[in-house]
Design a protein around this ligand. Structure first.
Ligand code: HEC
Length: 164
C-alpha cells in the first residue's frame, strides 16, 4: 500500500514537473530577430541616455549654472567608465529592422573599428576633463568642456541622424 502511494506520488511529481516545463517553455519562446534587434537598440540608447545624464550638469555649468568641481569630476569619471561600452553595444547590426533609432546604417558598413576609435577618444577626453576638474579651477575646467562635448559630437556628426 505504502509502495503504491509512493509510486503514485512520484508519477504525479513527474507529471507536474513536465507540465511546468512545458508551461515555462511556452512562456518564453525564443526571441524573434526583430525582438533581438529592438532589445539591442534599447540597450544602446539607454547607455547614451546615461552619457547625457552625466554630461548634462557639466554642460549646464559651461552655460553659467553654479560651478561644482566635484560634480564635474564625478560625472566625467562616470562617462569615462561607461563609454567603453559604446563599441560593444553598437556591434549588433540592426539594419533592416523597423526600429525607433537614430543610428545610421553606415555604422555597420565596415566602421565598427572607427566607432571604437571615437569611443576611446571620448574616454580620453573624459579622463582629461576629470583630471582638470579635480584641481578645482573653474576657468580651466570649463575651458576643457569643449573637447569633452566635442568627443560626443564627433561621433554623432558621422553616425547619428542629424537632428540638431
Ligand atoms: C562612437 C559614437 C558615439 C559617441 C562617442 C557618442 N554617441 Fe551618442 N549616439 C551615437 C549613436 C549611433 C546614437 C543613435 C543610437 C540609436 O538611436 O539607436 C546616439 C544617440 C545618442 C542619444 C539619444 C539616445 C536616445 O535614443 O534617447 C544621446 C542623448 C546621446 N547619444 C548622447 C551622447 C553623449 C552625451 C555623448 C558624449 C558624452 C555621446 N552620445 C557620445 C553615437 C555616439
Amino acid at each position: 500500500m505504502l509502495k503504491r502511494s509512493l509510486i503514485l506520488v512520484s508519477a504525479l511529481t513527474l507529471l507536474c514537473s513536465s507540465l511546468l516545463f512545458n508551461v515555462s517553455a511556452q512562456d518564453a519562446p525564443p526571441p524573434t530577430p526583430e525582438e533581438v534587434a529592438a532589445a539591442a537598440a534599447d540597450t544602446r540608447q539607454a547607455l547614451f541616455k546615461l552619457l547625457r545624464h552625466n554630461l548634462g550638469p557639466i554642460a549646464g555649468m559651461a552655460r553659467g549654472a553654479p560651478f561644482d568641481a566635484a560634480i564635474a569630476e564625478r560625472n566625467a569619471r562616470r562617462i569615462a567608465a561607461i563609454a567603453p561600452m559604446i563599441p560593444e553595444l553598437l556591434t549588433p547590426d540592426t539594419r533592416g529592422f523597423d526600429l525607433e533609432t537614430e543610428a545610421l546604417n553606415k555604422i555597420w558598413e565596415g566602421n565598427l573599428e572607427d566607432i571604437g576609435v571615437k569611443a576611446q577618444a571620448l574616454v580620453d577626453a573624459a579622463n582629461t576633463f576629470a583630471g582638470i576638474a579635480a584641481a578645482g579651477d573653474m576657468a580651466a575646467t570649463l575651458g576643457a568642456f569643449r573637447s569633452l562635448g566635442g568627443a560626443c559630437a564627433n561621433c554623432h556628426d558621422v553616425y547619428r541622424v542629424d537632428n540638431n
